[in-house]
Design a protein around this ligand. Structure first.
Ligand SMILES: CC(C)(COP(=O)(O)OP(=O)(O)OC[C@H]1O[C@@H](n2cnc3c(N)ncnc32)[C@H](O)[C@@H]1OP(=O)(O)O)[C@@H](O)C(=O)NCCC(=O)NCCS
Length: 163
């Protein structure tokens, strides 16, 4: 399997429906174009995860802010894979490639990710990429009619450089 990231095309949209996992079930969504800007500096951006001709899923990001300076902003990344594409290493590889894109093509010092405390596959994928778990975000995420606890993860440029 050759996993690659590429801009989202119109033909991908019906295949990127998400919502079929308890960890990706956020109810009705905004028009798809909102999370499909391929620019890494887009406030809300995303790319398709493809394997040769097949669409496997998508990665996305939203920029977080930890202070007033531009240097205190960092992307928080997310991922969804179609059920048939899970458990074959694509999630790890796609997130590794997205981390490489941010550190190679922007000046960010930090990339974040967040996942449910019960999402063992995503926790493991993030740790394999080099993310470190920082703590529990209590009741932070509303999904399927309830607030859920999650783990906050980060990888710093120095972690990435010494990987
Ligand atoms: C979470 C997700 C991105 C992981 O990607 P993936 O390609 O399925 O995972 P990988 O094959 O890269 O496996 C990563 C690790 O998780 C482990 N893993 C995979 N599925 C697992 C499961 N259901 N339970 C526990 N561990 C699991 C793998 O064994 C692997 O670890 P290892 O190499 O040490 O054995 C993908 O499964 C997915 O999109 N799931 C639905 C949506 C979702 O949860 N998105 C993330 C929301 S934060």
């Amino acid at each position: 399997m050759t996993v690659r990231l590429r801009p989202v095309t119109e033909a991908d949209l019906p295949l990127l429906d998400g919502g079929d996992s308890p960890y990706d079930s956020f109810g009705p969504r905004a028009p798809r174009s909102s999370a499909h800007d391929p620019s890494l500096t887009a406030e809300l951006g995303g790319l398709t995860i493809a394997d040769d001709d097949a669409v496997l899923g998508n990665v996305s990001w939203v920029w977080q802010r930890w202070g007033p300076n531009a240097q205190s902003r960092n992307p928080m990344i997310g991922i969804w894979l179609a059920a048939a594409a899970r458990g074959r290493g694509a999630g790890t590889e796609a997130q590794r490639q997205l981390v490489d894109l941010f550190f190679l093509h922007t000046a960010v010092n930090r990339i974040e990710a967040h996942t449910d405390v019960e999402n063992l596959a995503e926790q493991s994928a993030l740790e394999k990429v080099g993310f470190r778990q920082e703590g529990v975000t209590r009741g932070a995420q509303w999904r399927e009619g309830a607030y859920h606890d999650g783990f906050l993860y980060s990888i710093l440029r120095a972690d990435w450089a010494s990987r």
